[in-house]
Design a protein around this ligand. Structure first.
Ligand SMILES: Cc1ncc(COP(=O)(O)O)c(C=O)c1O
Length: 365
């Protein structure tokens, strides 16, 4: 078996144990004589999978009882619409722009109401988290929206916006279950599964009870949180296999010590890489130190053509998907939950060799 170290931003690497378990159960899940893929979502066996996944997620995050957990579809993109459609009562929402995804959410939100930008770091190319010290949140805003970890720009909020009694909505797509989070600070949290917790096709929403309300009158039934809450994520056929894999990842997180252990492990991985970058005279890390993400680490050789060579040679060495996003260029190592310390060490080793090989070219430029 030749598994690579996959540094993709998502869909991303999954724990090997989870894949192996799924492989074992692929053809015959618990003596049912069929794969989970072939199983009715209304069957008792599948309902157990779904209920267990929800229960385990609740345990991992200590989700309070006044929050509902939904397993939906449509990715982060559909949440950009579902949030304003369902949460806007006064037709007003305040957005914090920290990158591509919050900007897209804001653009989508504007279609449904009066959306205002209350902080932004666009002026510095999103290379740091916006200043939150003097947020002018409107007292009648329906919610304040932000994106916790900015996948493209490699930044992460270290403190959350203080919104008093205005519901705080967070896109946690690229940091979900990577650290401990106090869910009670939020009105709504959402995350696409395809980075930290499972395959593409599952979107997890955690929503506080008081925000499950009548949506705008024209909201399609499928886009109403209240409908999915009432039917316990079984309003239509859910992404059954994807949820099953998420459930396995939740069990893996619990078995390996929960979010405390995950968080320490993730910090250790990121520190290894950032420490290496900081002492290097060859590589550059463009993100302001205080804003650095521990999930997506941006760096570059300082020259676009060499970044391309780097990504290509790394790939040949079994370190794949290191090319930066097309909007930012450079290189990016996404080191989500399932990336191992060995993977990060292998990357650093490769970086060191590459820099030695190319240092001369860089000096001659
Ligand atoms: C932070 C964040 N939000 C939203 C999205 C969009 O998610 P999707 O492709 O699932 O719609 C992404 C995708 O990478 C993301 O990283």
């Amino acid at each position: 078996m030749a598994r690579v170290y996959n540094f993709a931003a998502g869909p991303a690497t999954l724990p090997l144990e989870v894949l192996e378990e799924a492989q074992k159960e692929l053809l015959d899940y618990e003596n049912s004589g069929m794969s989970v893929m072939e199983m009715s979502h209304r069957s008792k066996l599948y309902q157990q999978i779904l209920a267990q996944a929800e229960q385990d997620l609740r345990t991992i995050l200590s989700i309070p009882n006044n929050y509902q957990v939904l397993f939906l579809q449509g990715g982060g993109h559909l949440q950009f619409s579902m949030i304003p459609l369902n949460l806007m009562k006064n037709d007003k929402a305040d957005y914090i722009l920290s990158g591509h995804w919050s900007k897209k959410a804001y653009e989508e939100g504007k279609k449904y109401g009066d959306c205002q930008i209350i902080a932004s770091s666009e002026d510095v190319g999103f290379m740091r988290i916006p200043d939150l010290s003097s947020l002018k949140i409107r007292p009648d805003a329906d919610y304040v929206y932000f994106c916790d970890n900015n996948t493209l720009y490699g930044t992460k909020f270290k403190t959350y916006p203080k919104t008093a009694n205005i519901p705080l909505v967070s896109d946690m797509s690229s940091c979900f279950l990577s650290e401990e989070v106090d869910v009670s600070q939020f009105g709504l949290i959402f995350a696409g599964a395809q980075k930290n917790v499972g395959p593409a096709g599952v979107t997890i929403v955690i929503i506080r009870d008081d925000l499950i309300q009548e949506p705008k009158w024209f909201t399609p039934t499928m886009l109403q949180y209240q409908v999915h809450v009432k039917s316990h994520s079984l309003y239509n056929t859910p992404p059954t296999y994807g949820i099953y894999i998420c459930g396995k990842v939740f069990q893996w997180i619990l078995k390996t010590g929960g979010l405390k252990v995950r968080s320490l492990y993730n910090q250790k991985k990121a520190k290894l890489l950032y420490d290496y970058l900081d002492q290097s005279t060859y590589y550059k890390a463009p993100v302001e130190k205080e804003s650095r993400s521990i999930m997506n680490v941006l760096f570059s050789t300082g020259k676009e053509e060499r970044d391309i060579i780097f990504a290509s040679e790394a790939s040949q060495a079994g370190l794949v998907n290191l090319k930066g996003h097309r909007l930012t260029g450079g290189l990016r190592a996404s080191i989500y939950n399932a990336m191992t310390i060995e993977g990060v060490e292998a990357l650093i080793e490769f970086m060191e060799e590459f820099s030695k090989k190319h240092m001369k070219d860089a000096n001659e430029e």
